[in-house]
Design a protein around this ligand. Structure first.
Ligand SMILES: Nc1ncnc2c1ncn2[C@@H]1O[C@H](COP(=O)(O)OP(=O)(O)OP(=O)(O)O)[C@@H](O)[C@H]1O
Length: 586
């Protein structure tokens, strides 16, 4: 998609507002025509070149009225501009976020979160800026055309000297396109590297301290800062040099006009009023030429911003960015709806055949996984570290894009696992749960509406109620950024309660053992058994408490199912399981 098409599609989102904005700014840019003509009349009247028509007082009143009129227009112009910009920026961010949320969760963005945030902020702003300036470019061009027409009527040769620098500026801007784009891309890239590094440092403070890596991290941060400084300097230097070329070209033109004007005034072909009008318009024409150059620079820079925004789509059509959707800026936001439970959603049989996902970076992952799971089943996935357990559940749930294989729910093919494996079909507790700086209650509900009895059941099944007594404000306890005020086990059980409260048909657990002691994990399975009423469990675990209650165990080795069956059979025929069972004596 060309930058022009990209910007035009965004503009069409609020075309009416854009034209209102364009009208306001065109009038703002055209407004100086009037005081210019009044000034000319004033000086011609003083020097006796034209008859005394309006009178001094009237001219002053008209000048003040013109100034006031322009002030009102500018206020209106800023209102339409802000409203318009906010909407197209909002639409871009909304579309981008909606795409990121639809991508397989484990591969949602191709960069670090810090880099993505920098794109959401700076690149969107750059695009807003360009579309907004297009209105100014139009208004300024119209002013140039009208003032040019008036000035040509007075003195064609001198007018040429006013507009000649414009041609020069446009040529220079065109010639510097490639270099400017390169420098802008480099400076943006360097900035997102710095933002990415800050976000990574903040999220891994503990690991950095434990590894004693403070000095190395700071050194690396300084290097990135230095790279950013250099890139920004080049970008700024080029932009500022261009600006200086623009304004100096105009100053040069101004000087020429003054010399020419002085000559014509001596010969009497140029009145004092004409001179005043030229000088008055020149001011605005100077601004126009500078701003026009600025618009062209913005346009080039928005090509870079567009490319960076598109890279976040990871190959999806670029049109996603400019699709028109409501922004819901006024009134109350709609309440999140809990999906309706239809009879066909009830899990009878889940069948997985040939499921494959290999990480492009390492070529490792899972290959040709087959298994079945019936209503109320308790299936455990086990295997050594790195055997592919997490990859299997993530691929099944659509958090990683499957490369081969088929998933069927009650015999019906699941076309898009990431859209299907959500409540009420399925709920999931990842190995490292994500918690937010909010109350425990809101962390469990995550926007859902549930009655206290349901929440109570979930908290009980997750063996969380004793912790509630110890946490100062119970369910209203604010748990800090990423849940830092909770222990690892509490965080894991909060995530489990979040899963249970959704009362899904399939509950997927990715290894609770890293944060739960043996005893707590056993209690959790017992309680869940009492209240899961037909829900099936798919559990990644190597704990005996889980293996012993499994209807079926899948033993993974190097990304494939090495053996599957009940514990007793597998203890006889699977060396891999025996190894895990006896080593994991608890
Ligand atoms: N993001 C990734 N990029 C590349 N390779 C990966 C990635 N995540 C995992 N792998 C590789 O894929 C293989 C399977 O990893 P996976 O995390 O599924 O194993 P696991 O059995 O769940 O291990 P654990 O018991 O440590 O959780 C491993 O060899 C691992 O190195």
């Amino acid at each position: 998609m060309t930058t022009f098409t990209f910007l035009w599609r965004l503009t069409r989102y609020r075309l009416g507002l854009y034209f209102l904005n364009a009208l306001a700014w065109t009038l703002i840019y055209l407004a100086p025509i009037v005081p210019g003509l009044l000034t000319k009349a004033f000086f011609d009247m003083l020097s006796g070149s034209s008859p005394y028509e309006l009178g001094l007082g009237m001219i002053i009143v008209l000048l003040v009225a013109a100034a006031l009129g322009r002030v009102v227009l500018i206020i209106f112009g800023f209102m339409t501009d802000v409203q318009f910009r906010f909407r197209i920026g909002g639409l871009l961010r909304r579309n981008l976020l909606s795409h990121v949320l639809k991508e397989p969760g484990a591969r949602a963005i191709p960069t670090s979160p810090g880099e993505a945030i920098s794109s959401f902020r700076d690149d969107v702003e750059q695009v807003e800026e360009t579309v907004s300036w297009s209105v100014d470019a139009f208004g300024m061009t119209l002013f140039a055309a009208v003032s040019c027409y008036i000035l040509i009527g007075i003195n064609a040769q001198m007018t040429l000297w006013v507009f000649l620098p414009l041609v020069l500026v446009v040529t220079v801007a065109q010639l510097s396109t490639a270099m400017l784009q390169k420098y802008r891309a480099a400076s943006r890239e360097a900035t997102s590297q710095v933002t990415g590094a800050i976000s990574e440092m903040f999220s891994t403070v503990q690991s950095i301290q434990v590894a004693g890596a403070e000095d190395r991290v700071i050194r690396r941060f300084k290097e990135l800062g230095e790279q950013r400084r250099e890139a920004m300097l080049k970008d700024r230097l080029l932009s500022t040099s261009l600006e200086s070329i623009f304004s100096n070209a105009v100053n040069f033109g101004t000087g020429l006009i003054l010399i020419l004007a002085a000559d014509s005034m001596r010969t009497g072909t140029f009145t004092v009023g004409d001179f005043a009008l030229f000088v008055y318009y020149l001011n605005f024409v100077t601004q126009f030429i500078q701003n026009f150059g600025k618009f062209m620079t913005y346009f080039k820079q928005s090509t870079v911003a567009q490319e960076r925004l598109q890279s976040l789509l990871q190959g999806a059509p670029a049109e996603r960015l400019t699709e028109h959707h409501p922004l819901l800026l006024r009134g109350n936001l709609p309440e999140p709806q809990e999906a309706e439970r239809r009879p066909e959603d009830r899990l009878q049989q889940l069948s997985v055949a040939g499921l494959t996902y290999r990480y492009p970076e390492t070529g490792r992952g899972i290959e040709g996984i087959d298994f079945e799971l019936g209503r109320g089943a308790f299936v455990v996935i086990t295997g050594r570290v790195g055997s592919g357990k997490t990859t299997l559940v993530r691929t099944l749930l659509g958090l990683l894009p499957k490369q081969a294989g088929e998933i069927r729910w009650n015999g019906k093919r699941v076309e898009d696992p990431s859209e299907f494996f959500i409540p009420p079909h399925s709920a999931y507790t990842p190995q490292i749960p994500r918690l937010y700086s909010d109350t425990l209650q809101n962390n469990i509900l995550l926007g859902m509406r549930a009655d206290p009895a349901r929440v109570g059941r979930a908290v009980h099944a997750a063996v969380l109620e004793e912790d509630l007594e110890r946490l100062g404000a119970g369910m209203e306890t604010v748990i800090g950024p990423r849940g830092v005020k909770l222990s690892g086990g509490q965080a894991q059980r909060t995530a489990a309660a979040r899963m249970f409260v959704r009362e899904a048909e399939l509950l997927v657990f990715d290894d609770l053992s890293s944060a739960l002691d043996v005893d707590t994990e056993s209690r959790l399975w017992e309680r869940l058994e009492e209240q899961r009423s037909g829900a099936a469990c798919l559990v990644v675990s190597h704990r005996r408490s889980a293996l012993a209650r499994a209807d079926r165990i899948l033993v993974l080795k190097d990304g494939r199912v090495e053996a599957s069956g009940r514990l007793e059979e597998l203890l006889e025929r699977s060396e891999e399981l025996r190894r895990l069972w006896y080593r994991g004596e608890e």
